[in-house]
Design a protein around this ligand. Structure first.
Ligand SMILES: [Zn+2]
Length: 128
């Protein structure tokens, strides 16, 4: 898995964003995402979640939790206008999209159901 994760950065990102937008509420994030394809950081004093359109192309909105106090959370790194998430995001249901977000670039590493064992990874809820 390590080798595969490294090699994925040698190819062109499946999607990339020039910036991310910081908002204060989930509703603001959803309104923004209805209008444009961007990365939206919901931040109220501290980062709460990242919302974005799923890179599978179906355009549904994903919510990636960043708040450890309310459950499994991803780690966020912000470098200027660039955002990275650790570890990768792997949807448990629906499109099963598995992707990495590094420095506003999205690398889709698979679209298949998560194997029962073998990978260290975390899954995100899949809102419809
Ligand atoms: Zn999807």
């Amino acid at each position: 898995m390590k080798k595969r994760t490294k090699s994925v950065f040698n190819r062109i990102a499946d999607k990339s964003y020039e910036r991310f937008v910081r908002v204060g509420t989930q509703d603001e994030a959803l309104e923004l995402l209805a209008r444009e394809d961007t990365l939206v950081l919901v931040d109220r004093g501290k980062p709460r979640s990242l919302k974005m359109r799923c890179p599978c192309g179906a355009n549904h909105v994903l919510t990636v939790n960043l708040d450890q106090t309310i459950g499994i959370a991803w780690r966020l790194r912000v470098t200027g206008s660039l955002i990275s998430l650790f570890p990768s995001v792997w949807l448990q249901t629906g499109c099963h999209c598995h992707f990495i977000l590094r420095r506003n670039r999205v690398y889709v590493v698979g679209r298949h159901a998560r194997p029962k064992r073998g990978y260290f990874d975390r899954s995100v809820q899949h809102p419809h």
